[in-house]
Design a protein around this ligand. Sequence first.
Ligand SMILES: [Zn+2]
Length: 375
Amino acid sequence: MGAESYLSLNNESITQRKLLRYWSLKGEIMEINRPASRGVRRAMRRLFITAVVTVLSAVPVLVGALPTASAATLPTWHFKVTVRMAQSTADLNGGLVFALSKTLTQMDTVNHRFNDPGVLKDKTSFEITTFDTYTDRASDELAKPHPAGDFLLIYDENANTGGGWLGDRQAIVHKWPTLQGGSFAPDATDGLVHEFGHSREATDEYACDVDTNPVNGAGYHESPSIMSYPYGVRNWSAYSVGLINADAGTVNTSSALASRYFPPVMRIRALSSTGSNVSHATVTLYPVKWFSLSVTSTPALSGYTDSSGYYKFSSNPFGPGAATPRNPWDLAYCNFLVKVTSGKRTAYQWMSLPAVGSAYFKNPTGTYTLNVKLP
Ligand SMILES: [Zn+2]
């Protein structure tokens, strides 16, 4: 069965949202006070829908009489979100009225997490413009187009698909098992903020981490941020900020933004223990594939520092471009273990995508230099 449309907000404004919330709360109170028999629930739903439709149809008249929202100081990137919720998930969350109210509140939180740190160029606004429930499978809903929304957000605590961001569908499956607190638990909300980060082209920064390293045994972990470990974390990394700002108000870009933004020149600089440049040192790059959490023991490339002590990459080692199957964020690798050897001296350094990408956003025309100091 297809989705059953309960409510559709075509011309949403803050005023409408406030009115809708008011009616949601009224509905919750009524629902609490009545037994949840099937007939009553159906009657409650009808009453609720009638109330919402009445309020929305009255809005053009009311808007003029109500104070307008305070003017935002920043321009706003607006995105429409189509929500489809499994009926079973709505039931687990107290019924349609409760579930709708919780969804609107959670989306408010998502918007706050983008805007409150004050690090983005403009204001982000994800607005729920359609809310439906469904009784078929999450995968069926995911396969359907969502022409009215920039993004599709599926709530399903028992989804038959994996959860997360699906770029080719411009969709998020919010699958948070009931036993882990369900769709609206604090961790679930933190996870949802991370998924919306993907909708703005931010990458999975934890995917560059290393636990297994056959070359020198060292591990690597990105600093905590929403895109590296979202739970209880409120900060966006400099790299994510750069990507979100670059994406601005656009949706559905043809190739991942992460594959487009690199310093024009990238190089390795070999240094002696006293800080002087070392010429003719051997440079070897061991790649880390996305999500592999391991260093590949076969080098991606190697060469020598020049007479000035620099090894300049002749092409981008991260491997941007189309591939079949498509690489995550259209990049072959997201991190490298860089080995520099001169005589009997050897040193290692990491060169991660978030580090190189954030250097680009800090200074788009600047040369990126990774210093590797020999012992
Ligand atoms: Zn992710």
